[in-house]
Design a protein around this ligand. Structure first.
Ligand code: FE
Ligand code: ZN
Ligand code: FE
Length: 167
C-alpha cells in the first residue's frame, strides 16, 4: 500500500497508515528473528536477539492496544522498506561463509532493523502527541525505548567482541 494512493487524506489517516505499516513490519521481524538466532554462533548475540524476540511480541500487542484506543481495525499494510531490509539480511547471511564474519553481518542486519523501527516509532509518537493522543504516544514511546535499548545492546556486542572476532 503506497503513500501515493489517495486513501490517505488527513494527518489521522497518515498516522493510522503508518501504524499498519509498522504492524506489518513487526510481524515480519517476528518471522525473521528466529532465523537470525539459528544462524548466530555467538552466545551473547543469541541471548540478545532472543530477548528482543520476546519484546517484539510485546510490540505487536502494544500496536493492537493503540488500534483499539483509536477504534480502528488492527490490520497490516505492506511495508516495502522492512521487506527489503529483511531480504538483504537473508541474502547476506546466505553469502557469508565464515561463522564469525556471519555474526558481524547478523549484528549489522539486526541494527538496520532496529534503526528502521526507531524512525517509525519516533514519527508515530511525535504524531500522536500532535494529534492530542498522549495516551497512544506513551504506548508508542514504550516500544521506541525498547528498540533503542536493543540497538545499544547490539552496538555493545559488536564493538565489545563480535567485530574483533570477525577481523
Ligand atoms: Fe519492534
Ligand atoms: Zn507503507
Ligand atoms: Fe525491534
Amino acid at each position: 500500500m503506497g503513500l501515493f494512493t489517495k486513501d490517505i487524506k488527513t494527518f489521522d489517516d497518515l498516522f493510522v497508515h503508518t501504524l499498519r505499516d509498522v504492524y506489518h513490519a513487526e510481524h515480519q521481524i517476528l518471522k525473521a528473528l528466529p532465523k537470525m538466532i539459528d544462524k548466530t554462533t555467538d552466545g551473547g548475540l543469541r541471548d540478545a536477539l532472543s530477548a528482543h524476540l520476546v519484546e517484539t511480541e510485546g510490540h505487536v500487542r502494544r500496536l493492537e492496544q493503540v488500534f483499539q484506543m483509536l477504534g480502528v481495525e488492527a490490520k497490516a499494510v505492506t511495508c516495502p522498506a522492512i521487506d527489503g531490509i529483511i531480504k538483504e539480511a537473508n541474502e547476506i547471511a546466505a553469502d557469508v561463509a565464515d561463522k564469525q564474519v556471519l555474526d558481524a553481518a547478523i549484528v549489522a542486519a539486526a541494527q538496520a532493523v532496529e534503526h528502521y523501527e526507531i524512525t517509525r516509532y519516533g514519527s508515530l509518537a511525535t504524531w500522536a502527541k500532535e494529534l492530542g493522543r498522549e495516551d497512544c504516544a506513551s504506548v508508542l514511546v514504550a516500544t521506541l525505548d525498547e528498540e533503542k535499548a536493543a540497538d545499544t545492546k547490539l552496538t555493545q556486542i559488536a564493538k565489545g567482541r563480535v567485530n574483533a572476532e570477525a577481523a
